[in-house]
Design a protein around this ligand. Structure first.
Ligand code: ADP
Length: 629
């Protein structure tokens, strides 16, 4: 087939542009990324060879070869892994499959964070080659196939692709280095420098990373020969003793092995012996992957048996709410050629998984107790995952039992995060419910008219600021025997003597004003399901609450955002009988102004909730009318 010039997908172009134009402090990471890809490609080949020996074409000496070359100002990274077909090259290298890309690029546009940090969360992989190269040539031959493909690009808008020849299977990537990377401090054509980088970043790669070294004959200095040497130690880090491993080594390992940009937030290295033997090396990445909550995000741990790689992304160890965990499990109790189906049924995997889950929860509990700022950092990235986990297990509730003490929320009294148990210890002696309010931010909650009464009585309110929070509370139902009570639902009532007296007074007033309340309701028609007087407001005139069951107002907003407009909250308009506005309403009753008056009261209540009324232009006109009267 003749040479073709194709364009990068628009999102890839944008990403490449960012990579090329970002000022990287760590130019050298391209080597780690490309070696990682090479190692992954060998893993894939090895995995396939377990069921199809022919694919190896008689050569199972896996290796990665790095060739810096000062003359041609290039560095070449070769592997004898699985290789790629023409279609695979186009789809793997020309487009970005990750579903979070769009969101990620949006975030880049309007974020104050440095691009480098954000790119780190996303992982640029192969594209990091363009940090140091102004042209990249890739030649690859898929294992088991005859023809090879050559791909070439300068990273701007297009790439070319053509048929090529390649003697052995695998991929060879040649970076034509930018001038500044062929001399001086960052010279990537220098054998010794590259050797140092491989030792630093890729020492634990399980396959030999080989390079050519020039050796001078001891007896005859003019006699120089080339010797091929393996640069990396290849000893898997997790097989070493914990006490012999430096923090720095762990950090580098996770960056190399799991394409992490920053050092992990937490690292757990456990070895177990007994009925079942395994080693696990796990981490909580510092930043959540941008596509963590997208459906095609693939969670899972790497699986090894006696240090030999079996498979990637094994989902059967950890529950879905721990989908953010990265790491590996190495166990001699698992057979080498295990399939995903067998794995799912495996009792060993279930046992190891349960033990890992328990251990992670134990470590997180310790973190919560001993290092609150770090736990809050964890929560900021992954709290959502736990909360969704509780909701998804609503009927079984075992996740809720495991996680309820790890939840933290902002509350009205502290202005900082609190656990539910801490909230309970601060509850008033006669308080039997955990009060909460949900909105998009603290300021909106604090301005809710109902908050005034609670503040007045010194009752603390839990702030639910993430749309998923209310769903989680619904699923939890109660904590320590104390039910959750929304302050924006119809059944919200305080139980102290003063409140009871005030409620009684409002009941009497309700009887006296039955007709007017009925007329307000009739005027507002299906906008509200009821209109009531309330004792829960102090200086506020009106508020909107929802029925005791069914979606709340903020749940309704969440459903709308998910294009699901059918779940509507039943809205109840509550009026403060002690507010002068109620007097005015009574005066307007029976006049031409009454309908407008009712509508304005309802719109006020909507605005307090941060909801723009449908008829906002009409509303503005009514206000103008009223002001001129
Ligand atoms: P990632 O490795 O995170 O998936 P990359 O941009 O680094 O992202 O690579 C994209 C894809 O290209 C890889 O998932 C893999 O399928 C393919 N690829 C990259 N390098 C190689 C290689 N050396 N051999 C075979 N396939 C490769």
């Amino acid at each position: 087939m003749s040479k073709e010039t194709l364009e990068f997908q628009a999102e890839t172009k944008r990403l490449l542009d960012l990579v090329i134009n970002s000022i990287y402090t760590n130019k050298e990471i391209f080597l780690r990324e490309l070696i990682s890809n090479a190692s992954d490609a060998i893993d894939k080949l090895h995995f396939e060879s377990l069921t199809n020996q022919d694919i190896l074409e008689g050569n199972s000496d896996y290796e990665i070869f790095i060739l810096p070359d000062a003359d041609s100002k290039t560095i070449t990274i070769s592997d004898n892994g699985i290789g790629m077909t023409r279609e695979e090259v186009i789809s793997n290298i020309g487009t970005i499959a990750k579903s979070g890309t769009k969101a990620f690029l949006e975030q880049l546009k309007d974020s104050g964070e440095s691009n480098e940090e954000l790119i780190g969360q996303f992982g640029v992989g192969f594209y990091s080659a363009f940090i140091v190269a102004d042209k990249v040539t890739l030649i690859t031959r898929k294992a088991g196939q005859q023809s090879a493909v050559k791909w070439e690009s300068d990273g701007t808008g297009e790439f070319t692709i053509e048929e090529s020849e390649k003697e052995s299977r695998g991929t060879t990537i040649t970076l034509h280095l930018k001038k500044e990377f062929t001399e001086g401090e960052d010279n990537f054509t220098d054998t010794r420098d590259i050797e140092r980088l491989i030792k630093k970043y890729s020492d634990y790669i399980r396959y030999p990373i080989k390079m050519n070294f020039e050796v001078t004959d001891k007896d005859n200095k003019d006699n120089k020969t080339i010797e091929v040497r393996t640069v990396n130690s290849m000893q898997p880090l997790w097989t070493k003793n914990k006490s012999d491993i430096k923090q720095e080594e762990y950090n580098e390992f996770f960056k190399q092995q799991f394409h992490e940009w920053e050092e992990p937030l937490e690292i757990y290295h456990t070895k177990a012996e007994g009925t079942i033997e395994y080693t696990a090396l796990l981490c909580i990445p510092k930043k959540a992957s941008v596509d963590l909550y997208y459906s095609n995000y693939e969670p899972g741990l790497q699986l090894y048996s006696r240090h030999v790689f079996i498979m990637d992304k094994c989902k059967d160890f950890l529950p879905d709410y721990m989908r953010f965990m990265k790491g590996l499990v190495d166990s001699p109790d698992l057979p080498l050629n295990i399939s995903r189906e067998i794995l799912q049924q495996s009792r060993e995997v279930k046992k190891i998984g349960k033990a890992l889950e328990k251990n992670i929860l134990k470590q997180l509990t310790k973190l919560l107790q001993n290092d609150r700022p770090k736990y809050e950092q964890f929560w900021h990235e992954y709290g959502k995952s736990f909360k969704i986990g509780i909701y998804n297990d609503i009927y079984n509730r075992s996740v809720a039992d495991d996680l309820k003490d790890l939840l933290i929320f902002k509350t009205s009294s502290e202005g900082k995060f609190s656990t539910l148990s801490e909230y309970v210890t601060r509850m008033k002696p006669d308080q039997d419910k955990i009060y909460y309010a949900a909105a998009k931010d603290t300021a909106t909650i604090e301005k809710l008219p109902q908050m005034e009464l609670l503040k007045d009585r010194g009752i603390e309110v839990v702030y639910l600021l993430d749309p998923v929070d209310e769903f989680t509370f619904e699923a939890l139902h109660e904590y320590d025997g104390k039910h959750f009570q929304s302050i924006s639902r119809e059944d919200f009532k305080l139980d102290d003597e003063q409140s009871k007296a005030e409620q009684k007074q409002v009941e009497d007033l309700t009887k006296d004003n039955e007709t007017i309340l009925k007329d307000v309701k009739e005027t507002l028609k299906d906008k509200v399901s009821d209109v009531k007087l309330t004792s829960q407001l102090k200086s506020g005139a009106v508020c909107l609450v929802t029925g005791a069951h069914g979606p709340s107002l903020s749940m309704e907003k969440t459903f709308e955002a998910m294009n699901n407009p059918f779940f509507k909250a039943s809205k109840i308009l509550e009026i403060n009988p002690n507010h002068p506005l109620f007097g005015k309403l009574k005066e307007a009753h029976g006049t031409d102004n009454f309908a407008s008056f009712c509508d304005l009261m309802y719109c006020q209540a909507l605005l307090i909730e941060g909801i723009l009324p449908d008829n906002h232009v009409e509303l503005a006109n009514k206000i103008a009318d009223l002001m001129t009267k």
